[in-house]
Design a protein around this ligand. Sequence first.
Ligand SMILES: Cc1cc2nc3c(=O)[nH]c(=O)nc-3n(C[C@H](O)[C@H](O)[C@H](O)COP(=O)(O)OP(=O)(O)OC[C@H]3O[C@@H](n4cnc5c(N)ncnc54)[C@H](O)[C@@H]3O)c2cc1C
Length: 290
Amino acid sequence: MKNPPFNYHRPATLAEALALLAEHGDDSKVLAGGQSLLPVMALRLGRPEHIVDIGTIDDLKPISVTATGVTIGAMVRHVEAETSAVVAEHAPLVAAAMPHVGHRAIRSRGTVVGSIAHADAAAEMPAVCLATDATMHVASSTGVREVAAADFFDGFFTTILEPHELLTAVHFPSVRPTMGSSLVEISRRHGDYAMVGLACQVDAPAGVIASAALSFFGVSSKPERVTAAEEALVGRAPTPEAFAAAAAIVTEALDPSSDIHATAQYRRHIAGVLTKRGLAEATSRVGVTT
Ligand SMILES: Cc1cc2nc3c(=O)[nH]c(=O)nc-3n(C[C@H](O)[C@H](O)[C@H](O)COP(=O)(O)OP(=O)(O)OC[C@H]3O[C@@H](n4cnc5c(N)ncnc54)[C@H](O)[C@@H]3O)c2cc1C
């Protein structure tokens, strides 16, 4: 299906992009990899009059390492994060998520940050941001701000981003050697959006769990952490019994919907199964950095 007509802008700099967003506001949309925006437009689910293509802005392309972690720019494509040694070392949960995002052709165009800005409830990256306490770097023509992942996602396909704002990068805190992570999900076919998924990160120094993050996707209008289950794991050894106890709390706590893909009851059951699987995988990776 053909896209509806629109005005196409290709700014060369971040300042030009922000000026265009300030000028056109509600009538504009940022174009990154186009893997979600173009289908949305073709299906007439969105009809922006102005498209601001950020694909040629060099400032948005780097993956950079700082003292506190790794920062992924808005034009870093999924495949670049998937194959990046620094992402694997400093943000292994991001690297683990990448192979689950669609298919390789989609990952060669789609961007990590675009996936976060799009905020699909069944997408991997928003849940990874929540599990890792990532920080969103937001810019507009009037300034910049940083937003914690916990405050960024607002509901189905909705974030706190204003129409004139651009998500320039996302910062993921470096993992410690005592940490392990995993991304597990159930989908009908590999590459499909998950029916339920879990981004999981555990800190277990000296064989005792000091903290755990259990961030689910596909169970609500936005990614959801189950803090009661996370807290129940603290102070326990990483054993199947501890994981089963956490899974029981998750199954009680989540309140997913039924849809054409799965019933709510099935989703709750799968969330429990994934809790045990994800925790076993994450704790087996404590100290493994690649
Ligand atoms: C067949 C198919 C299967 C897929 N399967 C999966 C999957 O399993 N898991 C998954 O997570 N994704 C999946 N995707 C989506 C894919 O990951 C997209 O690449 C991603 O959701 C959006 O990234 P993009 O760079 O293509 O963004 P675009 O399509 O360019 O933009 C998406 C939205 O985000 C906004 N946006 C993009 N970048 C910014 C920015 N820097 N600042 C502000 N707003 C911005 C756009 O305005 C638009 O509203 C699939 C896509 C397809 C077509």
